[in-house]
Ligand binder design. Structure first.
Ligand SMILES: Cc1cc2nc3c(=O)[nH]c(=O)nc-3n(C[C@H](O)[C@H](O)[C@H](O)COP(=O)(O)OP(=O)(O)OC[C@H]3O[C@@H](n4cnc5c(N)ncnc54)[C@H](O)[C@@H]3O)c2cc1C
Length: 614
């Protein structure tokens, strides 16, 4: 019996359990109540839902809004746009499903009090771009969280969910989840008939540009710790497109967004010598990817590609030309305010580096890669599609149900459907919850059966890092390096180094190949062995330890997918040096992986991409 097995166990029963109270989780919790009036709806969150997830800090724009009632765009247009941006590979059924429902969610945000800017002449929402509308978004998350809190029977904040529980009587069926309270240390066992994973994307699996004291300064939220993948993969859920990591062009050092600058302020980029450079790389890019370079708008990865090539050619840095637009006082105000909603740090960075964008054109850079399913990228869980729209091959039951019975997902969790952003993630949470309620009702009262032996043994495993630390600490008198344990920070840095050097991070100029990936997998295996020796000083570090576990699981999936797809589909996101060109003949398909919990083996397969929209 371990030192920490005395910890109190709290058992919570529910019909629908939502893991993660971010945008998708709040949407799921809200909608589950609408369709499941008499059901018990529980949301569990590792932070506090008022300010949690990637939107915690607020946003300046809602990036996915059709404007159907003003006939601005139709869902089909959005599918074409996302397909183009992802170089032809999206689940059109899922994308269409989100696009047809997203406007209703945005209208609800406004009803709940979110200030959305209006065009003074037309009275319509103020557009920032074709799909984006501008908001005063500091209060976005609290507003959405309030709706979810009112809908839930209970919201459990500050609980880090570490594992899913499977039904002991039925193979491949989920039965709940376990985790611990990061403040009290109590152990939580959640039993549920349906589980919706909405646990957000992954930062910090690749080494970030800012290290040391600046290491928390990443583009995607540093607390997005890959649980959306680290929870479903170990129970055998199929994953898709995990190779499709994203690299962002952002203002250097502060990761300030560039969307409003390009779209609203009409600023543009140039190389160090004041030259336009994108057109110079047209022929070279055409040789790599064919007609995809002629798409309009140019896919995000290819715009990165031109910038990376120009820098490699020795003509960096690339700068955003702000000095012209900022002469207009209105545009200058908009330019600064753009950071207040979500990236105040960019303004502070400029101030600290003596950059006034009215007089100096600020540098841009490309970020380290991130993994997620809701932005301009579509890594995540392979899920069943909508009954009325998905091809047969993409449908095996309930909408947004994974390949594990009763396990659903939304937002960053779901793969194959890019460009959902905050509003689309919320809408997808609603879609998943409606289906999950139907799943629960169809069970007709049948209860999930969790194994007490399983959750007791998980309890031992979850708290083990506290014990490792307490005992191992006696062996050293000072410092942080011990012969007996590995601190979560050390493990994280080791992971980031492996991913950076072998799987195509910034240090390798986003380049990888089969020998590198093979070695990367070997090193990941060694890291996994050492994770049993993680040492946690306190509950905060225990959370870091389990976040690291989830990041390592997601990283292995990324590495295996990258190795499996023998082409460079998204130059600018990553390059396969041994397969430098896009290969539509063999790779116009989705890649799927499955980790077998029994054998510990991974299998990979290709699945066709169906083009439903012309
Ligand atoms: C810097 C940045 C800028 C963005 N800009 C825009 C924009 O301008 N407009 C726009 O529309 N969208 C924008 N987005 C995208 C938007 O934020 C995401 O699409 C959206 O938040 C995804 O929703 P989600 O619910 O999947 O993830 P999140 O909203 O991140 O929610 C995940 C939740 O799960 C919780 N969680 C994670 N792991 C666990 C665990 N193990 N146990 C319990 N809880 C857990 C997290 O704390 C979090 O609350 C931006 C994102 C970022 C990072």
């Amino acid at each position: 019996m371990g030192l920490f097995s005395r910890r109190k166990t709290v058992t919570v029963d529910s019909d629908v359990l939502v893991i993660g109270g971010g945008m998708a989780g709040c949407g799921a919790t809200y909608e589950a109540r609408y369709w499941g009036r008499d059901l018990k709806i529980v949301c569990v969150e590792k932070a506090k839902i008022e300010r949690s997830g990637a939107v915690a800090q607020g946003l300046y724009a809602i990036n996915t809004y059709m404007g159907m009632h003003w006939d601005e765009n139709q869902p089909e247009d959005h599918v074409r746009y996302a397909r183009n941006d992802l170089m032809g590979l999206v689940r059109e059924d899922l994308g269409y499903d989100v696009a047809r429902h997203v406007d209703a969610s945005v209208h609800q945000f406004e009803e709940w009090g979110l200030p959305i800017m209006r065009d003074p002449e037309t009275g319509r929402y103020q557009r920032e771009g074709k799909w984006q509308i501008m908001i005063h978004g500091e209060s976005y998350k609290p507003i959405v969280a309030e709706a979810a809190s009112k809908a839930a029977d209970e919201v459990y904040n500050r609980i880090m969910v570490t594992h899913l529980l499977m039904d002991k009587t039925k193979p491949n069926r989920v039965a709940g989840a376990v985790g611990f309270n990061v403040r009290s240390g109590d152990y939580y066992v959640f039993r549920a008939k349906a589980v919706i994973v909405c646990a957000g994307g992954a930062s910090h699996i690749f080494k970030p540009r800012a290290v040391g004291e600046g290491m928390g300064r990443t583009w995607y939220a540093p607390w997005s710790s890959a649980s959306a993948y680290g929870l479903p993969i170990p129970v055998g859920a199929k994953m898709t497109q995990m190779e499709n990591r994203i690299v962002l062009t952002r203002f250097k050092d502060g990761y300030g967004p560039v969307g409003a600058y390009f779209l609203h302020l009409k600023t543009y980029t140039e190389n160090a010598y004041g030259e336009e450079y994108e057109s110079k790389w047209y022929d070279q890019t055409k040789d790599l990817v064919g007609d995809y370079i002629d798409m309009h708008p140019v896919p995000t990865c290819l715009r990165n590609h031109a910038m990376l090539e120009e820098i490699r050619a020795g003509r960096g840095p690339i700068r955003m030309v702000t000095t012209e637009a900022f002469q207009d006082p209105h545009k200058e105000t908009v330019g600064w305010e753009n950071f207040l909603g979500m990236t105040i740090g960019q303004a502070v960075t400029w101030a600290s580096q003596n950059i006034d964008p009215k007089h100096t054109n600020p540098e841009l850079t490309t970020s380290e890669p991130y993994v997620m399913g809701s932005h301009a990228t579509c890594s995540g869980v392979w899920s069943s599609g909508p009954e009325d729209f998905a091809p047969d091959e993409y449908q095996w039951g309930y909408n947004r149900m994974t390949t594990v019975d009763g396990l659903f997902g939304a937002g960053d969790t779901i793969g194959g459907s890019a460009h959902k952003f905050s509003s689309g993630s919320f809408a997808e949470g609603r879609i998943a919850a409606k289906a999950a309620v139907k799943y629960v009702n169809d069970l007709s009262g049948e209860q999930p059966q969790v194994s007490e032996q399983e959750y007791e043994s998980l309890k031992q495993e979850i708290y083990q890092p506290l014990e490792n630390y307490k005992i191992g600490r006696n062996e050293i008198v000072a410092g942080t390096v011990s012969p007996s344990y590995l601190l979560p920070m050390h493990g994280l840095q080791r992971l980031e180094k492996i991913m950076d050097e072998y799987v195509g991070g910034i240090g390798a100029n986003y380049m990888t190949n089969e020998p590198l990936l093979t070695r990367g997998l070997e090193l990941l295996d060694m890291l996994k062995e050492d994770l049993t020796c993680l040492g946690a000083e306190d509950l905060h570090q225990l959370q870091r330890a389990w976040e690291l576990h989830h990041r390592v699981v997601a990283s292995e999936a990324v590495t295996r997918h990258t190795m499996y797809r023998k082409e460079t589909r998204w130059p600018g996101y990553y390059y396969r040096g041994d397969h430098p060109k896009l290969d539509d003949k063999d790779w116009h398909c989705f890649t799927l992986s499955r980790f077998d919990p029994e054998s510990g083996e991974w299998t990979m397969e290709k699945v066709p991409v169906y083009h439903i929209i012309d």
